[in-house]
Design a protein around this ligand. Sequence first.
Ligand code: B12
Ligand code: SF4
Length: 367
Amino acid sequence: MSAPNRNWPAFHVPVDRSGGVRAHPTAITVRARKAEDPGTLDAAWLRELCTAAGADDVGFVALDTPGLEGERDYVLEAMPGTRSLIALCVRTSRDNLRSRSVSVGNRDVATTSEILHEAARHICLELQRRGVRALYPATGFPMEVQRYPGRSWVVSHKLVAVAAGLGHLGVHRNLIHPRFGNFLVLGTILLDAPVTEYSRPLGWNPCVGCNLCVVACPVGAIHADGSFDVDACSTHNNNHDLSSFAGWVEDIADSRDAADYRRRVTPGETISRWQSLSFSPQYRSGYCVAVCPAGTDVIGPFLADQEQHEREFLVPLQEKPEYVYVEPESDAEHYVQEHFPHKTIRHARRSDVPAPELDAAPAPESE
Ligand code: B12
Ligand code: SF4
């Protein structure tokens, strides 16, 4: 027999509603404070706040900046009233990302992402204390994945970073910072206040057009003309996530017994998925980032001896025997057969995820 409320009355401390909300002690305290209008944020002060919090570089843009039209509905959905955006970046440990041991690169991507989240959170709390509304979406995951296979990201950090002058996209479509190159994690903060001075896009592109990213990619996703095969990249690199994860679950469900499961999924693949689930998503390659020599902090040894750069950072990735995940009969499959015959082709099982029935995209102008 249950005995509701025997020890706890409906209200442990009764709420006094006699004077309405305006007479409530909270309302009286807040009214007694001097109302401060945070007004327009001083750009120099904001820059100092961001760099002191741990950002390696930062820029500011108004939400209505040309180039960000596609971001508007998503941003206003996340925080109605957003007026400006902070683009920020934190450097990664270059040699982690260049390592043939992909786990070493993944460790640093995850660590740097958390450092950026912590910096962004610190900035948001300081702005909140000053009466400015501010929020930071994740650098990558978690995202609004219920919208997959539609757009799941809240804001495109690359587009905001370009508009805010942090760099330009290289042939590999990653942002290249003029100093740090592509060895960074990007983030964005949404603000409901304007900033005294906005940044402008960089007048030149730090990409040097060497095309090392083109020849490093194991699935041929990056083309020298700047076009990009999203499907080839995500089928291989994101083999633990999204539709590939759903496909793995279906492989388990379809297996008659352990032997049948092993015919579909190797023990190494099972263990690898355990690692992704336990620690952080394990990308299979970020080879386009690893080999990129662009950026004044990075390019010195490449300029001194390009062949040495390739021997150290490109060739080990090209020669590495590894599983490469492709769709059967895709361009990516033919590319691996032709360029990397020593790598082992695996046909990824990807679940066919239907478009979501609910909340597939923001309502336009949700301001
Ligand atoms: C979606 C996404 C992906 C997708 C698509 C990549 C892409 N080019 O759009 C996949 C899974 C393939 C991917 C892979 C990688 N990503 Co990623 N990814 C993102 C994400 C969430 C949004 C990217 C974005 O803005 N796309 C829109 C525009 C700007 O991209 P675009 O290149 O101009 O155009 C392509 C897309 O629009 C695509 N497209 C069009 N419609 C749709 C719809 C869907 C559903 C998808 C998936 C794509 C897509 O087609 C265009 C290609 O021609 C951001 C995080 C974020 N919230 O911003 C990280 C981000 C871009 N990724 C990043 C990284 C590092 C990677 C990887 C190296 C993974 C790794 N190992 O770490 C690879 C590199 C692939 C590459 N060369 O581009 C970094 C880039 C840092 C930098 N220096 O720029 C980001 C910014 C994460 C971060 N916070 O630092 N990524
Ligand atoms: S590897 Fe070379 S071509 Fe590719 S993005 Fe970097 S500088 Fe540009």
